[in-house]
Design a protein around this ligand. Structure first.
Ligand code: SAM
Length: 563
C-alpha cells in the first residue's frame, strides 16, 4: 500500500510496476502530498528569486517611500556565506547540512558541466541526492533507491548521453583531486552512483512550474511515490509542486482497481510530438487510447481537410507507428471517409504519404512553425518611443501571418496544433500591441484569440480538468477586464461631455451600458470557470484558488457599481 488510496502492483513487462486505486477516487480528491527527497531550481532560476535548497519563491517586501516616489521592493533572499554564492530563502536553508556538504563543490561542478554540455541543474541535483544518500541512507534505500528497475534499460539505450555525464564527472573529480580536496569529502562521490542517479532523474523526476498563471518550469524534484506512476496521455491525476512539496489530485473519477496514471508530456502537443518526447527521453511509446487513434479521440490536432473529398467534413489524419528497421516514428495518412469513394484512400499507403497535395500542406505547416518560432511575435522591444518606427515591421509580420492563415491554416481542422500555436501567439501579440498603441481594435483581436485558445484547450481536455484550463480562463477574464475598463472610460467621457453640454458624439449609451453589463457577467463567468478548475487541480488553499476567489467577488461587486 502506498497510501490509503492506492497500492503498488509489481509487474515485469515493459511498463514495469504501476499503481492502482484501492477505492473509488473522486475528481479533485487529494491522492498524496509528498516532500521531495531533493529538489533544485533550474539553471536560469538559480538566482535571488528562488531558494537554492527548497526552491521556494523569494518573498518581496515593499520599502516605505515618500508618497511621490516610485514604490521600491526589497528581496528578502540571503546569499550563501560558505562560498558558493547561491541564494536562499532563509538562514535555515542556507545552513542546512546538505548544503554545507555540497557547497564547496557547486561552482566546480557547474564549470565542468557547462564545458561538457551537461545540464547544470541535473548535475547539481545528482550531487545533492548523493549527499542526501549519505546523510539519510535509510530513507534513500526505502524510497528513491527503489526506483531503479528501469535504469538498466535507460543506460543501455542512452549510451552516448551517459558517456557525456561520465566524462563530466571524471573531470570534476580530477579537478578536486588536483586541488587536494579533503579525502573524507571526496569519498562521498562514486561515479556509478552518480550515473545511476542522473538516469533516475531523467526517468523519475518532476518539474515544478511557476506559481503564477503562466506555468513556466522553474525547478526539478525527486519524489518517491509520484515516481511510481506510469504515463498516459489520458491521465487521471494532475500534480502540482510548490517549493519542495508535490500534491497529486484526481482530474477524473478513478474506479477501484483502475490504474492511476499521470502525464509526462505537454498534452497540448499532437501525438507524433508527444511520442517522440516519450521515446527519446523515457524510451517507451504510449499506447493509450489517444495515441492509438489517428484523430486522437476526436481532438484532431494533426488533421487536415481532405482535399479529395472536398466536402469540408472528411479529414486526413496520421496513424503513428514505430518503424522497427529505421527505429523512427512514422506517419500513415488516411481519410476519415469510410464509404470507399475517397480518391486518397484508394491509393496505396506509400502513395498516400507522398501525395503531392499532402506534401505541400505539410511543407506549409513546417514553414508556418518555423516562422512562428523565428519571429519575435511578442514585440517585447516595442515601447512608446520607438513604436512608430516599429509599425511597418509589425504590419509586415501580421500580413505574413494572414497569408499563412489563408494558405495553410484554412486547410486544417480548427483543432489542428497550428491553430493552437496561432491563437497563443496572437492573443499575446495583440495584447502587447493594444498596450503600446493604446488601440481598441488590437484589444478586440486579442480577445478573439484568447477565446479561441480557451475553446481549443477545452476540446483537448474534454471532460477532464487541468492546470491549463485554470490559466486559459484566468487570461480570458483578465483581457476582458482590460476591455471592460476601456468601455467604462468611454462611457465616463461621454457622460462628462454631456454634463458640460459639449457632447457631439454619436454614441448609443444604452447599448454601451448593456455591453458593459454583459461583459462583466462574462468576466465573472471566466473567473468562476478558472476557480472551479483550480479548486480541483490545486485545492482550495492554493494561492491561485484564493486569488481567483477574490476576482470572482471583485467582478461581482463591480456589477452593482457599474450602473
Ligand atoms: C516514473 S517510472 C514509472 C514507474 C515504473 N513503471 C517502475 O516500474 O518504476 C517511468 C518509467 O516507467 C515506464 N513507463 C511508464 N509509463 C509507461 C507506459 N505508458 N508504457 C510503457 N512504459 C511506461 C517507462 O520505462 C518509464 O521510463
Amino acid at each position: 500500500m502506498i497510501t490509503d488510496k492506492c497500492k503498488l502492483v509489481n509487474n515485469n513487462d515493459e511498463r514495469g510496476n504501476f499503481v492502482v486505486a484501492t477505492n473509488e477516487i473522486k475528481v479533485g480528491e487529494l491522492l498524496f502530498p509528498e516532500e521531495s527527497f531533493a529538489s533544485i531550481p533550474l539553471e536560469f532560476h538559480m538566482n535571488k528569486d528562488y531558494c537554492f535548497l527548497c526552491c521556494k519563491q523569494s518573498e518581496v517586501e515593499q520599502v516605505q517611500q515618500p508618497s511621490q516616489q516610485p514604490q521600491q521592493t526589497n528581496n528578502k533572499s540571503i546569499q550563501c556565506k560558505f562560498g558558493c554564492n547561491m541564494w536562499f530563502c532563509s538562514e535555515i536553508c542556507s545552513n542546512d547540512m546538505t548544503h554545507q556538504l555540497e557547497c564547496s563543490f557547486i561552482n566546480k561542478l557547474i564549470e565542468s558541466s557547462i564545458k561538457n554540455e551537461c545540464d547544470v541543474s541535473t548535475c547539481l541535483l545528482a550531487l545533492r541526492i548523493m549527499i542526501r544518500n549519505k546523510i539519510e541512507s535509510d530513507k534513500y534505500q526505502e524510497t528513491v533507491g527503489k526506483l531503479s528497475n528501469q535504469l538498466e534499460k535507460f543506460i543501455e539505450i542512452n549510451k552516448s548521453f551517459i558517456e557525456k555525464y561520465d566524462i563530466n564527472f571524471q573531470q570534476f573529480i580530477n579537478q578536486l583531486q588536483q586541488e587536494n580536496s579533503d579525502p573524507s569529502l571526496l569519498a562521498i562521490f562514486n561515479k556509478d552512483e552518480f550515473l545511476q542517479i542522473i538516469s533516475s532523474i531523467y526517468i523519475n523526476s518532476f518539474s515544478g512550474l511557476s506559481n503564477d498563471f503562466n506555468r513556466k518550469p522553474i525547478s526539478n524534484g525527486y519524489f518517491y511515490k509520484p515516481a511510481l506512476l506510469n504515463h498516459s496521455c489520458e491521465p487521471n491525476i494532475f500534480f502540482t509542486i510548490k517549493d519542495k512539496n508535490l500534491e497529486m489530485r484526481a482530474c477524473k473519477k478513478i474506479e477501484k482497481d483502475e490504474e492511476i496514471v499521470d502525464s509526462y508530456v505537454d498534452l497540448l502537443l499532437p501525438t507524433i510530438e508527444r511520442q517522440k518526447i516519450l521515446y527519446n527521453s523515457k524510451n517507451f511509446l504510449c499506447k493509450c487510447s489517444r495515441c492509438s487513434d489517428s484523430t486522437e479521440d476526436e481532438r484532431y490536432l494533426s488533421s487536415i481537410y481532405c482535399f479529395h473529398c472536398n466536402d469540408g467534413v472528411e479529414f486526413i489524419s496520421p496513424e503513428i507507428y514505430f518503424n522497427k528497421d529505421t527505429k523512427k516514428l512514422q506517419e500513415n495518412w488516411k481519410c476519415s471517409n469510410t464509404s470507399n469513394t475517397c480518391e486518397f484512400n484508394k491509393k496505396k499507403q506509400n502513395k498516400r504519404n507522398k501525395d503531392p497535395e499532402l506534401v505541400l500542406i505539410l511543407a506549409g505547416i513546417n514553414e508556418f512553425k518555423e516562422f512562428i518560432n523565428s519571429e519575435q511575435l511578442l514585440f517585447n522591444d516595442v515601447n512608446l518611443s520607438t513604436a512608430d518606427q516599429e509599425m511597418p515591421i509589425i504590419e509586415n509580420i501580421l500580413k505574413r501571418l494572414l497569408k499563412f492563415e489563408r494558405d495553410v491554416l484554412s486547410r486544417l481542422n480548427l483543432n489542428h496544433q497550428c491553430w493552437l500555436i496561432y491563437h497563443i501567439k496572437l492573443s499575446k501579440t495583440f495584447e502587447k500591441l493594444s498596450l503600446v498603441y493604446n488601440n481598441f481594435d488590437y484589444l478586440v483581436q486579442s480577445i478573439q484569440h484568447y477565446k479561441e485558445l480557451t475553446r481549443h484547450v477545452e476540446s483537448i481536455f474534454k471532460s477532464s480538468t487541468s492546470g491549463e484550463l485554470v490559466d486559459c480562463y484566468y487570461h480570458l477574464g483578465r483581457i476582458n477586464e482590460k476591455y471592460l475598463l476601456s468601455l467604462i472610460k468611454q462611457r465616463n467621457q461621454f457622460n462628462q461631455l454631456k454634463l458640460q453640454n459639449q457632447n457631439k458624439q454619436d454614441l448609443d449609451i444604452d447599448k454601451l451600458n448593456s455591453d458593459i453589463k454583459n461583459l462583466l457577467k462574462f468576466i465573472n463567468q471566466c473567473y468562476t470557470n478558472s476557480y472551479n478548475h483550480s479548486v480541483l487541480v490545486y485545492g482550495n488553499n492554493h494561492l491561485k484558488s484564493i486569488q481567483l476567489n477574490e476576482m470572482i467577488l471583485k467582478s461581482n461587486l463591480k456589477s452593482t457599481t457599474t450602473n
